[in-house]
Design a protein around this ligand. Structure first.
Ligand code: AMP
Length: 567
């Protein structure tokens, strides 16, 4: 069986093609969205999804999230005593989704079409395929997320040439893509975005507004303490969602026996979010410019990503494009549905051809430089040569001068990263270049960086006075595992025990009780402690019916508590 998977930064989903339509498959908790969060439970077993997400706050050292941001790099995340590569953590999410489908349909899932952002480069795409392989899935095809959304809307069936804009605003990222369909080929004409703009930024602003409104209040708890900061963000998200349904909503912070609250209206929200809405415009304009297309020439505008459920965003998009965007599908579901459409097309040997033009260099590349500070020379500065997100292939040159009198050579140290200081960036390689002796500043060195489609970086130097050239080739692919490494990772992953699927609902409740216990104080805390003890006792009794009854009752009470109904 072949499935379509949306492997998202915050949430992942899986869909299958059944009886002529794409259909999402719920997980063990009966939810369609599985948070892309992986953790270790108290027995050291792998826990994936909502129960792991609940433990992000109570067990931060045993839980990992947002690892999609590191795909294609060698950055490892620590869980307990072990370190994991981003593709290993992604493979655990994929495996969990694969099992959800296998449980439901009683058939083995062997193959998957997985979606990736249009701007993912070669290393990031390879890492995604390897994640599939580590999960026991053959991934013959990746599909660009905006293309998947277009497929879910059936746009590939259009006869005439068409252009679409996909506006994808998720929890932490914003992507705009312009697609063109011509003769059965879907092309990503342009893609632009902001990797640090999403629902969470809207929540941060609301938290700031709440804190500002409470400035004069007495005895406010320490708002920057991680526990309280986390709760404020959760509450902001709840209020933001509620404001999509009603004109006003109350932001509540409880601490001990006290509570602070503030009513927010839709109008206030529109003012508050003005600066973020303005930031959304830049990538849209860039994408339109890069694709050389005017808004009036677009045949459809699609909304993708959970944050586009906000009426404010929908109104803004309608205003910008002078038309209502397509929203007949749930914005957080269309990518997985589209991946399943591609899987079905592939099974029939009719897969949609896709052309990707956009490939970018995902990190800034530069060298170490020294600065004259007064009498002394300060080393360790980072000078970028190729800026991140430059479309590849790209070549850039900068000139530098010697800093010491009569220096005999220059050491060119190449780094990747975004910090001003090389020690916080990644060292990629170095070479020593001889220079003629001369007073400081007299000798000029030209440094050219060329980054190609395969992730190869070539650093070339030219000493102007002597005309001498040197070159250093760096294979900038620390992010891609070799076939031998993949086999080794597969073997070590096979050793890990996985949290039993049928216990997930109970673990979720236990984790939620623990989180709420940490978040609250006083009498409420005692009640939560009592609830947790009761649940533990019933779990120990192994009486399935009693466990289920109490679980349902407690979940309902906790829902009420979190919605502010239960005091
Ligand atoms: P995604 O990355 O597409 O899963 O989107 C996750 C983001 O969608 C989070 O920031 C959520 O707060 C946001 N989101 C989900 N549902 C809603 C809603 N009803 N209203 C506003 N934002 C939502």
């Amino acid at each position: 069986m072949i499935v379509g998977i949306d492997l998202g930064t915050t949430n992942s989903l899986v869909a299958v093609w059944r009886e002529g339509a794409a259909e999402l498959v719920p997980n063990a908790l009966d939810n369609l969205l599985t948070p892309s969060v992986v953790g270790l439970d108290d027995e050291g077993r792998i826990l994936v999804g909502l129960a792991a997400k609940e433990r992000l706050q109570t067990h931060p050292h045993l839980t990992a999230a947002l690892f999609k941001r590191h795909m294609g790099s060698a950055h490892e995340l620590q869980l307990g005593h072990r370190r994991f590569r981003p593709e290993e953590l992604s493979s655990m999410v994929l495996r969990s989704l694969k099992e959800d489908v296998e449980r439901r349909y009683g058939e083995p899932v062997t193959e998957a079409v997985i979606s990736v952002p249009a701007y993912f480069n070669d290393a990031q795409r390879k890492a995604t395929k390897i994640a599939g392989e580590l999960a026991g899935l053959k991934v013959e095809r990746l599909i660009n997320e905006p293309t998947a959304a277009a497929l879910a809307y059936g746009l590939h069936q259009r006869d005439a040439a068409s252009s679409f804009l996909v506006f994808d605003l998720g929890g932490g990222t914003f992507d705009v893509s312009i697609l063109e369909l011509f003769d059965g080929v879907m092309e990503v004409r342009a893609s632009a975005g902001d990797n640090y703009l999403g629902g969470e930024d809207f929540d941060d602003l609301l938290v700031q507004a709440f804190v500002a409104a409470q400035a004069g209040s007495q005895d406010l708890p320490p708002l920057t303490e991680p526990d309280i900061a986390h709760r404020l963000r959760r509450e902001a998200e709840r209020v933001r969602h509620a404001l999509g349904q009603s004109d006003s909503a109350t932001f509540v912070l409880r601490h001990g026996d006290r509570q602070w609250q503030q009513v927010f209206t839709q109008t206030q929200l529109a003012d508050l979010y003005g600066p973020l809405l303005a930031r959304l415009r830049t990538p849209i304009e860039t994408a339109l410019r890069d694709a050389r297309i005017r808004p009036s020439e677009l045949d459809e505008v699609l909304l993708v990503g959970g944050t586009t459920r906000m009426p404010l965003i929908r109104r803004m998009v309608a205003g910008l494009f002078g038309r209502f965007p397509s929203i007949t599908l749930n914005p957080d579901e269309s990518i997985a549905l589209g991946a399943a459409v591609q899987a079905a097309l592939k099974a029939r040997d009719a897969a949609l051809e896709e052309v990707v033009l956009t490939d970018v260099c995902p990190y800034t590349l530069g060298i170490e430089t020294a600065l004259n500070v007064g009498e002394s020379v300060e080393v360790g500065h980072y000078t970028p040569i190729i800026e991140r997100n430059s479309v590849v292939p790209v070549s850039r040159v900068k000139s530098f001068r010697t800093v010491h009198d009569h220096q005999r050579h220059v050491i060119l140290r190449v780094y990747q990263g975004e910090s001003r200081w090389v020690k916080e960036n990644i060292h990629l390689g170095e070479m020593e270049i001889d220079v003629p002796m001369a007073p400081a500043g007299e000798i000029e060195l030209e440094v050219r960086f060329t980054y190609d489609n395969n992730g190869l970086l070539e650093a070339e130097t030219l000493v102007s006075r002597t005309g001498e050239r040197r070159s250093l080739v760096i294979e900038n692919n620390p992010g891609v595992l070799s076939p031998e490494e993949i086999q080794a990772r597969l073997a070590s992953l096979a050793q890990l025990k996985v949290h039993p699927r049928d216990q997930q609902v109970n673990s979720l409740l236990t984790a939620r009780l623990e989180r709420l216990y940490q978040e609250n104080l006083g009498e409420l805390r005692q009640q939560l402690d009592h609830m947790a003890n009761r649940f533990k006792q019933v779990l120990d009794s192994q009486d399935d019916r009693a466990i289920r009854d109490l679980r349902v009752q407690l979940m309902r009470q906790l829902d009420e508590l979190e919605q502010g109904v239960w005091q």
